[in-house]
Design a protein around this ligand. Structure first.
Ligand SMILES: CC(C)(COP(=O)(O)OP(=O)(O)OC[C@H]1O[C@@H](n2cnc3c(N)ncnc32)[C@H](O)[C@@H]1OP(=O)(O)O)[C@@H](O)C(=O)NCCC(=O)NCCS
Length: 269
């Protein structure tokens, strides 16, 4: 359990991560409702019963700050050999203060290093949720799947998986592709049809970019499948995408990419 404190104007703030208790299901649900507005294209509320069963299963961790629950992370472990971060949220007024990062780190600290080679640790998030993507990419998750219209028309999602090893090297001589985050159709094609993986976010000349690389298959546990309520077969082509029209994406060698933000550094808003 990570206990930490920091000074505020009115005194000392204490916060720690712990498992949610059965009595707290309603509070976790309230948190989810506050953080995920109804019918939002990029933020999907938990299904009825989802968080409640997660709490009962001991899969929901909460961050308690000064006696109140301010954030949660649901790491669904009901499928053997697989952990899915099914939901995560920080109260709107406390976002951007490092609490989400603490929850992800607390969750990953439970996974023994060797287990990363056998347990598939997966999650989904919107391609537009750059804050969440930044946290995941910084902590070793990679975008393996583009889940077109996952939650309905226009509600695309990225499927991410934690790499089996911490320090990995891209294939193909380290060749990378930098693609503006807005070029979703192009990204979809690269990830779903051409086998590229998104490995980082970068910023150069005021443009935010995804960094794509080719990763070896053994970078992931073999049992991996796309996360969530996905009814397709993972890497099959997604319907309705334009063919070969999108010119975005700079093909760069890794030394060029270093002019953008290098992997693993902090990304300021
Ligand atoms: C997503 C969420 C859980 C993140 O938690 P948080 O406490 O706000 O995030 P943190 O403060 O720990 O970290 C934010 C990081 O994103 C970075 N960031 C913020 N805005 C960014 C942007 N537009 N582009 C890239 N990175 C960004 C910050 O710089 C920070 O990174 P750093 O630590 O390297 O500086 C929280 O914002 C939230 O609850 N959002 C609404 C619900 C949601 O999106 N849940 C996840 C759905 S899958």
């Amino acid at each position: 359990m990570g206990l930490s404190s920091r000074r505020t104007g009115s005194g000392r703030t204490q916060s720690f991560v712990r498992l949610a208790t059965s009595q707290e299901s309603g509070l976790v649900r309230d948190l989810d409702n506050r953080c995920f507005p109804p019918d939002h294209r990029d933020l999907q509320r938990a299904e009825p019963g989802e968080l409640e069963s997660g709490v009962e299963a001991g899969d929901v961790r909460v961050l308690e700050q000064d006696g109140r629950l301010v954030a949660y992370l649901h790491a669904d472990s009901t499928v053997p050999g697989r952990i899915e971060i099914a939901g995560m949220a920080v109260l709107p007024e406390l976002q951007g203060q490092g609490l989400g990062t603490r929850l992800v780190e607390s969750c990953l600290s439970l996974v023994e290093p060797g287990a990363r080679r056998t347990v598939a640790i997966v999650t989904i998030t919107s391609p537009r949720n750059l804050r969440m993507l930044h946290i995941l990419l910084r902590h070793g998750f990679l975008v393996r799947w583009f889940l077109k219209d996952h939650f309905g028309p226009g509600r695309d999602r990225f499927g991410l998986q934690l790499a089996a090893v911490e320090n990995w090297e891209a294939d193909d001589g380290g060749e990378q592709l930098l693609v503006p985050v807005s070029r979703l159709e192009f990204l979809c094609r690269k990830v779903e049809r051409e086998g590229w993986t998104i490995v980082a976010l970068a910023r150069t000349s005021g443009t935010v970019l995804f960094v794509l690389a080719r990763c070896r298959n053994d970078l992931f546990p073999p049992s991996a499948a796309p996360p969530g309520r996905f009814s397709g077969n993972g890497r099959s082509p997604s319907p309705g995408l334009g063919e070969g029209k999108d010119p975005s994406g700079l093909r760069l060698r890794s030394q060029d990419t270093e002019r953008a933000k290098p992997f693993g550094q902090r990304f300021s808003e």
